[in-house]
Design a protein around this ligand. Structure first.
Ligand code: BGC
Length: 274
């Protein structure tokens, strides 16, 4: 009998993924998608262990291994400890999903230095610390025959706001714009070593971070005007994109932001104007 290629649902068998901010929202959607595809998943959280344990339980029900690990991604020692723990438990790390992110909205003239620093340190410095730790582990471990065509995969969860300026959230837009060139620069530096680096740029996905934009019917109607596809995204929409970027199916995709936004970046204001 011919040897069959692995089921699409098991394309990440034997690989280990660290998902930062994996206890809720987009991170939880990605953690579940990777677990369903056979990956061992480190579900990172900063606050609620309980929610992280729920995600872990869901992944275990799907037949994969998972563990919840607390770490503040903006802390170098926390990040180093999290990767050490991941390696102790699963032997190595093959995939980093750098997803942890926050918003601290304020009018520009009212924005405090703390609000600026918090967003930059979690969204951008956190991405740096996690990507550096993951890269060091990929290089230490080396290629494992038959596991993946890449030495490692790094996927940043960015935002449409790496492209779309955002009044009242200049800290957030600056963090995501910075993340875009950080991603491309390390992609340029690491490609020859076999490490694939990409981002996903989600639009409006129904998560706690933007609850006020979809919870209230009027706000939701305004939001939908910005989305040609006419629906708010689900974290599973991002989970599917992350699974593809983490798998060898996307082997030639490198240094790219995959926009998953229902058309939000199509300047929908021009549908009936301009
Ligand atoms: C933000 C959300 C927002 C979406 C679209 C995301 O990056 O975190 O609050 O709804 O972009 O504007």
């Amino acid at each position: 009998m011919n040897q069959e290629s692995p089921k699409p649902s098991a394309v990440l068998n034997g690989q280990t993924a660290v998902v930062t901010g994996g206890s809720s929202g987009i991170g939880a959607g990605i953690a579940r998608a990777l677990g369903e595809a056979g990956a061992n998943v480190v579900v990172n959280y900063s606050g609620s262990r309980e929610r992280a344990e729920e995600v872990v339980a869901r992944i275990r029900e799907q037949g994969s291994q998972a563990v919840a690990v607390q770490a503040d991604v903006s802390s170098e020692s926390d990040v180093e400890a999290m990767f050490r723990q991941a390696v102790e438990i699963f032997g190595t790390v093959d995939i980093l999903i750098s997803n942890a992110g926050v918003q601290q909205d304020a009018a520009f003239t009212e924005m405090t230095l703390d609000e600026w620093n918090k967003v930059i340190s979690i969204n951008l410095t956190g991405a740096f610390l996690c990507a550096r730790a993951a890269t060091r582990e990929f290089l230490r471990r080396g290629m494992v025959p038959g596991r993946s065509s890449a030495l490692g995969k790094i996927i940043f969860v960015s935002s449409v706001h790496e492209i779309i300026p955002w009044s009242g959230r200049v800290n957030y837009a600056a963090s995501k714009g910075g993340l875009m060139l950080f991603m491309k620069s390390i992609a340029q530096e690491l490609g020859a070593k076999g490490i694939r680096v990409n981002s996903i740029a989600p639009g409006a996905i129904r998560t706690p971070i933007n609850r006020e934009s979809w919870d209230d019917p009027e706000a939701k109607a305004e939001l939908l005007k910005l989305i040609p596809r006419n629906r708010i995204g689900d974290s599973s929409d991002i989970g599917k994109a992350a699974l593809w970027l983490a798998s060898d199916e996307s082997d030639y995709v490198h240094g790219t932001s995959l926009v998953v936004d229902g058309g939000m970046t199509l300047y929908p204001g021009f549908i009936s104007a301009g």
